[in-house]
Design a protein around this ligand. Structure first.
Ligand code: BJ8
Length: 423
């Protein structure tokens, strides 16, 4: 195995704490993923990526910077990855999904803050996320209150640029977001010293839309009965999409989908056809947040989709065709981003339609609504989801949880009762 310790030291990581994190992650991965039965062979690539989660990919980014390139850290799907690439930088999703760094964050942030926000901040102050360490700066966004206020404190530790997000998708909101996309382009250009041209942007959008298409293909294959791949593996793939090399990732997802197509044609699944099918909807699950999927899939269900930013909200929309000019492409990118239906917007009724459509497409027997603790946008919106699913006669279980394992027993009891009710 390659020794990355000198690279981690150069990046300023706290090696002792980082060793503890990697050891815990390795054990979790072994228990949760490698113990699954009948996994597709194409998962070997993603197992390899996880085995090198803080190694090979980080080294690629370090090497890119050594050649004069820039790395930009991201926390939200509203920040356009293709624009970052067109400016000559590499976008990378940052660590935000582990309980590990939460106590560090709680020394500064209120405890009653969403775990995703605490984890993001905690990874920086505990110096255990190599991705933020290798990034030249972070692009944040004024989505929920917890995030936008956290970015002020994060800026005391790392360069941060914040995009202003509208709250409504009104004509004025769209105008604001469009001008924010243009402002981001200018900021990226001044950081990289490289102008975004119409040609570069078209190439970058094609690359990112290719990744989205591959994930759409995977999502569609999960609709088959029996499910040809587990929800855990599917979630993992979307989580990896945020930081892996785009072309290599896309190729690997498409190769996996070729295999899954053969499985579907042969009627082969990871679970029996009679297994209860569940759609998960709500707050994102940043790697290594596998808690809910693991509980569901070890309780006799299979997760067949995620209406989430680590799911369909990340890849369901492609960039609309534009006139090809730089301005036209920027407007198309802004339009695409605003077609993401996050609970930070008001109203957000399109998300209710998305959940119903997805539950139907995936032939889900029920929906589990997942809110991270203290995530007000999704927790409040859950009431609307509940009413709408009741109208559609789709069973719903509402769950609010954090990254710790403290409530796992209680959650399992509730999940068991929910599955029993659907049987
Ligand atoms: S587009 S979901 S990635 S903002 S879970 S930090 S909302 S309190 S992550 Fe999100 Fe962009 Fe929306 Fe998606 Fe706040 Fe809720 Fe925490 Fe959240």
């Amino acid at each position: 195995m390659t020794d990355y310790r000198s690279m981690w030291t150069d990046l300023g990581l706290d090696l002792d704490r980082h060793d503890t994190l990697l050891a815990a992650l390795g054990g979790m991965y072994q228990d949760i993923f490698l113990s699954q039965q009948n996994r597709p062979k194409g998962m070997e690539y993603f197992d390899f990526v996880v085995s090198e989660i803080h190694g090979l990919r980080v080294k690629e980014l370090v090497d890119y910077r050594a050649q004069g390139g820039k790395v930009v850290g991201l926390y939200c799907v509203y920040v356009p990855e293709d624009l970052v690439i067109a400016a000559g930088a590499v976008p990378v999703g940052l660590c935000a999904g582990a309980q590990f760094a939460v106590p560090d964050a709680e020394e500064t942030l209120p405890r009653n803050t969403c775990p995703l926000v605490k984890s993001s901040f905690g990874f920086k102050v505990s110096r255990t996320c190599p991705y933020i360490q290798v990034s030249d700066f972070v692009v944040g966004e004024t989505t929920c209150d917890g995030k936008k206020k956290m970015y002020e404190l994060l800026a005391e530790h790392h360069p941060v640029y914040v995009m202003e997000m509208p709250q409504k998708k009104s004509p004025m909101g769209r105008q604001l977001f469009h001008s924010e996309v243009v402002a981001l382009k200018e900021r990226l250009e001044s950081e990289t010293g490289s102008a975004v041209t119409a040609e570069k942007l078209a190439t970058a959008t094609k690359l990112i839309d290719g990744k989205r298409r591959a994930l759409q293909r995977l999502s569609a294959l999960r609709q088959a009965r029996p499910a040809p791949i587990s929800g855990l593996d599917s979630l993992l793939i979307t989580q990896i999409a945020f930081y892996d090399d785009v072309a290599r990732f896309t190729q690997s997802v498409n190769a996996l989908c070729d295999e899954l197509e053969r499985r579907v044609a042969a009627g082969e699944g990871v679970v029996p056809a009679s297994t209860l099918r569940v759609l998960v909807s709500g707050s994102p699950m940043a790697v290594p947040n596998w808690k809910l999927h693991q509980l569901l899939e070890t309780s006799g269900a299979v997760v067949v989709g995620e209406e989430s930013c680590t799911g369909t909200r990340y890849f369901a929309n492609l960039t609309p065709t534009s006139d090809g000019s730089l301005d036209g492409q920027l407007a198309a990118i802004a339009d695409r981003q605003l077609d993401v239906h996050c609970a930070c917007f008001t109203p957000n009724s399109e998300r209710l339609d998305d959940i119903v459509a997805l539950a139907g497409d995936a032939a889900a027997d029920g929906v589990v609504h997942y809110s991270l603790q203290f995530c007000q946008p999704f927790a409040v919106e859950a009431t609307k989801v509940e009413r709408r699913l009741a109208q559609e006669s789709i069973p719903l279980l509402r769950i609010e949880t954090d990254y710790s394992d403290e409530d796992s027993g209680q959650l399992r009891t509730r999940i068991d009762a929910f599955l029993e009710m659907m049987r």
